[in-house]
Design a protein around this ligand. Structure first.
Ligand SMILES: [Zn+2]
Ligand SMILES: [Zn+2]
Length: 250
């Protein structure tokens, strides 16, 4: 190693140490000290209900841990052909812990949560063999983007696209504004979302495998409607990954 390289390395290590000294890594949720930047502390990590195996091989619905399921077992919804996409994974269930991470991330500008959330989503996809050509955050209507200042799904999609080594697309699908879905039931959500998406660049969609990214999946109505317009435009496969999903008894 050249002398100049050694000096550079020492200087780099010193600057990293002084940055850590000045800005020690802290848990993004509770500010407790952690060893690695962006990681959750053990207490916060343990508060989440991370979804592992056994789970539905298609939609990732968590099965009771004490039962012995085949690796390719399907939940009743997927067994009857009701899955919104070709494959869905969620990092954790929607509950008090995940709500406490998602709501400030979505509505209060707490974008640093994207770091651990996207890493958990990449982890959730680890046992799948999908190979997407495009990673696409669920589009936000311009009016909502204007008020919020960012598309939270895009903040999650960017590191996921990097992990797959493929581009992230935010231009191919347009979404029109419709007032919030609130606490409507599955049928009302499906009706409310119908027709809001349109593919404006079908050449980039045709024949492609697309991985959709969102923060929360409630009924799957948004994914289902996006899949409809993407498949109409010639998409080959449409997968989805979310940080957390509502888990209802099925
Ligand atoms: Zn913490
Ligand atoms: Zn399923």
């Amino acid at each position: 190693m050249q002398f100049a390289d050694k000096i550079f390395n020492v200087a780099t290590q010193l600057s990293h140490k002084s940055i850590e000294f000045l800005f020690p890594s802290s848990c993004p949720l509770c500010n407790a000290p952690v060893s690695t930047h962006g990681e959750l502390c053990a207490d916060c990590w343990n508060a989440f209900n991370w979804i592992g195996n056994p789970r539905c091989s298609k939609c990732g619905y968590p099965f009771p841990a004490n039962l012995d399921f085949d690796h390719d077992a399907l939940c009743p919804n997927c067994a009857s052909g009701g899955c919104a996409l070709d494959l869905i994974r969620a990092a954790c269930t929607y509950d008090d812990a995940s709500r406490g991470a998602v709501l400030p991330f979505k509505h209060a500008g707490r974008i640093k949560n994207a770091n651990f959330m996207s890493r958990a989503m990449i982890w959730a996809l680890r046992d799948t063999d999908i190979s997407p050509d495009i990673v696409m955050p669920v589009p936000l209507a311009w009016r909502r983007l204007f008020h919020r200042g960012y598309n939270q799904a895009a903040l999650l999609a960017h590191p996921i696209a990097n992990a797959f080594g493929v581009p992230m697309d935010v231009t191919c699908v347009h979404r029109i504004y419709r007032p919030d879905m609130g606490h409507k039931n599955a049928a009302q959500r499906a009706e409310n979302i119908h027709g809001v998406f349109s593919v404006i660049n079908p050449d980039k969609i045709c024949g492609r495998k697309i991985l959709l990214v969102d923060d929360v999946m409630t009924t799957g109505a948004t994914f289902s409607e996006l899949r409809r317009v993407l498949v109409n435009a010639g998409a080959k496969s449409v997968y989805g990954v979310v940080f957390c999903r509502v888990v209802r008894t099925i």
